[in-house]
Design a protein around this ligand. Structure first.
Ligand SMILES: [Zn+2]
Length: 285
């Protein structure tokens, strides 16, 4: 009897030691992973505090597949809105191509977004088809100036700045015009300036100009994107917009497989004191 008891005790001891060692190992591995990715830890903390961490401006570009995007989503804890570009010069130019694309991706666990391009898009698609998307957005990076020159602000050779203040006033007019006339939910790449003006961002975005954009966004119920790739708008702009009651979205606008982890947008939550209710929330259709 004594021998059996001893054997039991030994087996039990082995089991306990084995389990404890295993547990310890798993915990230290987890810890290691978390220390390696402080942003992933930050994302988990924000979600636990009630924030929805969604990159509403993801693209399947540079060969990135939906499966790879979902893998990244699982790893980082970031949910995604995948945007499809529609408008003159893009693959989606009419209702047929819009629906074909929509049907191809609609069953994936992501928000479906339409990125409207140029100013002509409003007349290119039916209202019904546009509304099949969970949300629609555009930016003010493509427009024609008072001298009839069509500009794409991210292409230095297509940018014309004769007078900086005049350029800024035209840009603000365009942004406000987009918000007043186009049926969008988000204004993205917000406050983007062409490379030649970027060093003067804080001077050129005067209080008056910021307020015109902010007021149009609040009046028309259009959220303002905090863009992680361009690191815009500035904290000054975001704080001013929050005080006026504007809503925000977080977005990357990736051009390749690098989706990132929304670093700038997440940083702005603390810097500008943004609360979960300050963010745009679409309903998945
Ligand atoms: Zn985009």
């Amino acid at each position: 009897m004594k021998k059996t008891t001893l054997l039991f005790a030994l087996v039990a001891a082995f089991l306990i030691i084995g389990c404890t060692t295993k547990t310890k190992k798993a915990t230290s591995e987890e810890k290691e992973e978390i220390t390696q990715s402080p942003m992933i830890q930050k994302i988990a903390e924000l979600k636990a505090a009630g924030y929805e961490i969604v990159d509403y401006h993801g693209h399947l570009k540079g060969g990135l597949t939906m499966e790879e995007l979902l893998e990244h989503s699982k790893k980082t804890g970031i949910d995604y809105g995948v945007a499809f570009n529609a408008g003159v010069g893009f693959p989606i130019t009419d209702d047929a191509t819009l629906l074909e694309n929509y049907n191809k991706y609609k069953d994936y666990p992501v928000f479906m977004a339409m990125q409207a391009e140029g100013r002509e898009w409003v007349d290119m698609f039916s209202k019904e088809n546009i509304s099949t998307f969970d949300y629609v957005f555009t930016d003010a990076m493509t427009w024609t100036d008072s001298k009839g020159r069509r500009m794409r602000l991210w292409m230095p050779e297509e940018v014309f700045v004769d007078d900086k203040d005049d350029f800024m006033d035209q840009l603000v007019d365009k942004i406000v015009g987009v918000m007043e006339n186009e049926p969008i939910d988000l204004y993205v790449n917000s406050t983007f300036l062409p490379e030649v003006l970027q060093p003067e961002y804080d001077t050129l975005w005067t209080n008056e100009r910021m307020d015109r954009v902010i007021n149009a966004s609040v009046t028309n119920n259009i959220a303002i994107e905090i863009n992680a790739r361009y690191k815009i708008p500035s904290a000054t702009f975001i704080k001013r917009a929050k005080a006026a009651g504007a809503k925000f979205s977080m977005g990357t606008n990736n051009v390749d497989k690098n989706l990132g982890t929304l670093d700038y947008a997440i940083e702005m939550i603390a810097v500008c004191g943004l609360k979960p209710d300050d963010f745009f929330k679409p309903v998945k259709k």
